[in-house]
Design a protein around this ligand. Structure first.
Ligand code: SAH
Length: 248
């Protein structure tokens, strides 16, 4: 079981697979006022940076589930490196439908809401693992600037303009689903650069080391076109944030 290989190639050197920086995760961790022993679930945990650094800084315990064997392996190594492997478990699996036996204080899906079929479905899935009074964390893109055409939305990496809402619409949608937005931390354009631009050197080095691979043409095309697309579209039009939610 694995995610499409293009992601593994482009993001093999990433610790964080979204436009958040280590500083943003630290701000979010502090904003959540976590206490030692609190239990955190993370669906689509990637290379585990959020859980590992929060375990180091706040002595939380947690579980991360991710479909990528490479990212899960990197997450385990990171937990060892930060000395938190006893408190944080990483599981390689499909997180769709995953519900914990022991309820959590915080249940998160940060940049992978397709796992529950969209934001609403993912909130419903996460809520099944959450203690009453617990906090859901949803990391999701939004339109920072509404594209004038569908073509622009597609250049941003969306399949359609309707994939994402504007920030006011996204925030209102949580209310409509019966949740209070109790905190939020938004990524910025430099964060997008760290996520997207960091793929370019990884792609370039991969092309040099794997000249005979089946994926060479696709990776070459991406590397040639990605920088212009990033500055013209993604960086300008797409926002991204993590929203902390509590059921009303
Ligand atoms: N939350 C992480 C990763 C976000 S990128 C971070 O902030 O760094 C999206 C992640 O979802 C990737 O790691 C990918 O491997 C994982 N993923 C995609 N589909 C999945 C699924 N069905 N179940 C579990 N993980 C999935």
């Amino acid at each position: 079981m694995d995610i499409p290989r293009i992601f593994t190639i482009c993001e093999s050197a990433h610790r964080i697979h979204n436009p958040f920086t280590p500083e943003k995760f630290a701000i979010l961790g502090a904003a959540l006022r976590m206490e030692p022993g609190m239990r955190v679930l993370d669906l689509g945990s990637g290379s585990g940076e959020m859980l590992c650094t929060w375990a180091r800084d706040y002595t939380i315990t947690g579980t991360g589930i991710d479909m990528s064997p490479l990212f899960t392996q990197q997450a385990k190594l990171r937990a060892d490196e930060l000395g938190v492997a006893e408190r944080i478990e990483f599981i390689h699996n499909d997180a769709s439908g995953y519900v914990t036996e022991k309820k959590c204080d915080v249940a998160a899906c940060v940049g992978a809401t397709w796992i529950g079929g969209g934001v609403a479905g993912t909130m419903e899935l996460l809520s099944k693992s959450l203690k009453s009074g617990g906090i859901l964390l949803i990391g999701e893109p939004y339109w920072r600037q509404l594209p004038a055409t569908e073509e622009i939305a597609i250049e941003c990496g969306a399949t359609a303009l309707s994939d994402f809402l504007t920030l006011p619409e996204l925030v209102s949608s949580f209310g409509t689903l019966g949740y209070d937005v109790v905190e939020m931390v938004l990524a910025d354009q430099e964060g997008w650069d760290r996520y997207v631009a960091a793929m370019w050197l990884t792609m370039r080095r991969w092309l040099e080391s794997n000249p005979d691979d089946d994926m060479v043409e696709e990776v070459r095309t991406q590397l040639t076109t990605a920088p212009k697309r990033h500055v013209a579209y993604t960086r300008e039009y797409l926002g991204w944030g993590v929203f902390a939610l509590m059921a009303r």
